[in-house]
Design a protein around this ligand. Sequence first.
Ligand code: SF4
Ligand code: F3S
Ligand code: FES
Length: 248
Amino acid sequence: MTQIPVQQLGRTLQIEILRHNPRDPDSVPHLQTFEVEEADAMTLFIALNEIRETQDPSLQFDFVCRAGICGSCGMIINGRPGLACRTLTHQLPQRITLAPLPAFELIGDLSVNTGKWMRGMSERLETWVHRQDLEQSDLDSLEAPMEPQLAEQLYELERCIECGCCIAACGTAQMREDFVGAVGLNQITRFRLDPRDERSDAQFYELVGDETGVFGCMTLLGCEDMCPKDLPLATQIAFLRRRMVMAG
Ligand code: SF4
Ligand code: F3S
Ligand code: FES
């Protein structure tokens, strides 16, 4: 994600962070500015760590993999959702504003509980392969070979890292807590394509065929624009919607 042309190094970055601890009754949301000397190839992950190590050990933010894989470092970076570990400071202006992803429970500062939201969505949409009367002896059949092209299609959809950027970027998700969002509809597309899942199209459509799913989407496109994995989210939603309308 390149927001502006590459800047000169040697800058002193002003990093403005929305601070709030919802568990402290005396905490009032406010912006706090930290200054950091920009280093070569510095990511926001490195800058935030430096702030925590040298200026304020109470600063809360999440990172696990630092490689765009775990999905835990999503935040609002100068007004746009993105992964802090994959964002180079030299792609940003000298003044950088960071805020937590909206629509998720705030843990503190830049840390939000995407896991709780994703678990709720996953339980509601039952995002696992459904097989009836599965015996232990049938387990081998789960590993039956799959057409390479289909396996590739599934693999493509499984690249979602559940970072929450598509939810933060979606107007519907801000207005409706029960909207499963592009991430949920991506899951439905994934399991609907999976030949091992015995659910019928009608069962899938029942799960997302209302305003909490496909018909809540207003084609705002923020999900697809902001997905760090470049998943074709809006295209998939449009496809699902067409199929449902055709199925009556
Ligand atoms: Fe993140 Fe993209 Fe998955 Fe949404 S679909 S959670 S933006 S990786
Ligand atoms: Fe939201 Fe994406 Fe639809 S941003 S409204 S889910 S196209
Ligand atoms: Fe894992 Fe950024 S720390 S995606």
